[in-house]
Design a binder for this molecule. Structure first.
Ligand code: KG4
Ligand code: ZN
Length: 363
């Protein structure tokens, strides 16, 4: 790194530890990924059928320092070469947030670098702006974002860095949470989403008429707990033993179709709202970005692509590795903030609850 390179053009280190992925990444000032690693804790949590906060905190503590050393070594950089450090500071599980944000702050303090206390939802929201992902120069503002993961289920109008308008969200479970709970009912492992999708491939989605919560209702909110209860009641009808595979596949397919239809319906309402709010696009079609682990689901992507097409939107989904929790998105959102001079104090506390509406943004 040339010693006289301005701070704003230098690489940025990103750290993610808000749930059960321990991740670190270094991006150059233009958003090119120089090194990125994710250590999944799936094996530690799987025996419990979900994320155990204390196990997650200990795993972050054990894994993160070495992960950061390894991405820096693989990028061929020392801390003095960086232009800033961004670490997820909320929302999420407090143990992991403390580990990651304190490590990030420590590095920033020791190397005299600007620090960005990153909001995890903002990092997901800005991923589509990484150059080369959705288009060569990244998604232009504004765009509509559907964030569907194990912990989040939200529709946002992304208008600028720090400027997010929440159009709707779940009133109970997140979409991924519903997948995980139904997978558990069907005797599959954890996380259940990918296993349920595989099973659903051989099932008949029309055999069971599961409810479509919120379908056709005004607004853009979601609800999945009634659907999950309906699946539980159906499973209970067949007794307490293991279900025959063909039956489980039909239930999985019926559930997945119900989720896909509900998501498509809520998104169609959001697209109408977005179009009214933002007006005509400057060029080309409006953009619907889908992110979060559930965005990996083929049936859901297909339903979203179809509904986007009928509303004059183009569906864009970052590759799965950038849809699920990762540190590339944290470093990139950090670069966006650093470019605008939006840095944070080193005493910014971790925030387990941190709605996007409370973010400090660009004017
Ligand atoms: O974004 P993510 O890795 O972590 C957070 O929750 O933040 O999302 C994980 C969630 C889990 O609930 C998982 O079951 C779900 O995404 N998921 C899927 C699929 N792959 C992952 N759900 C449905 N179909 C999939 N193929
Ligand atoms: Zn996430």
């Amino acid at each position: 790194m040339p010693p006289d390179m301005p701070l704003g053009l230098r690489p940025v280190l990103g750290i993610e530890s808000s749930c059960d992925e321990t991740a670190a990444a270094v991006l150059d000032g233009n958003g090119r990924v120089l090194a990125a690693l994710v250590a999944s804790q799936e094996a530690e949590h799987a025996p419990f059928g979900g994320v155990v906060p204390e196990i997650a905190a200990r795993a972050h503590l054990a894994l993160l320092p070495d992960l950061v050393r390894r991405v820096m070594a693989s990028a061929g950089l020392g801390y003095g070469d960086l232009g800033g450090v961004a670490a997820t500071t909320g929302p999420g599980l407090i143990g992991g947030l403390v580990v990651g944000s304190l490590l990030g702050r420590g590095i920033a303090l020791a190397a005299g670098l600007p620090f960005v206390a990153m909001n995890h939802l903002e990092a997901h929201a800005l991923t589509a702006r990484l150059p080369g992902l959705v288009s060569a120069e990244g998604a232009p503002f504004p765009y509509l974002l559907l964030l569907i993961s194990g912990g989040h289920c939200q529709l946002l109008a992304v208008e600028g860095v720090g400027r997010y308008v929440r159009l709707g969200g779940t009133v109970d479970d997140a979409a991924g949470e519903a997948f995980d709970k139904v997978a558990k009912l069907l005797g599959l492992g954890w996380p259940g989403g990918p296993l349920l999708e595989r099973l659903a491939a051989s099932g008949d989605p029309a055999r069971f008429a599961f409810p479509r919560p919120m379908l056709g209702r005004a607004g853009c909110d979601f609800s999945f707990s009634g659907l999950k209860t309906a699946v539980a009641q159906t499973v209970a009808r067949f007794g307490t033993g293991a279900l025959p595979v063909a039956l489980a596949a039909d239930i999985a397919a019926g559930f997945q179709r119900a989720v896909a239809e509900v998501l498509a319906d809520r998104v169609s309402h959001a697209m109408a709202l977005f179009a009214r709010r933002e007006g005509a696009p400057v060029a080309g079609a409006r953009l619907l970005v889908v992110a979060g682990g559930v965005a990996a689901n083929g049936a859901i992507r297909a339903a979203l692509a179809a509904v986007a097409g009928t509303h004059g939107f183009r569906l864009a989904a970052p590759p799965p590795a950038l849809c699920t929790d990762n540190a590339v998105m944290v470093a990139w959102a950090g670069i966006e903030r650093l470019r605008l001079g939006l840095t944070d104090r080193l005493d910014a506390p971790p925030r387990p609850r941190w709605p996007l509406a409370e973010l400090a943004g660009a004017a």
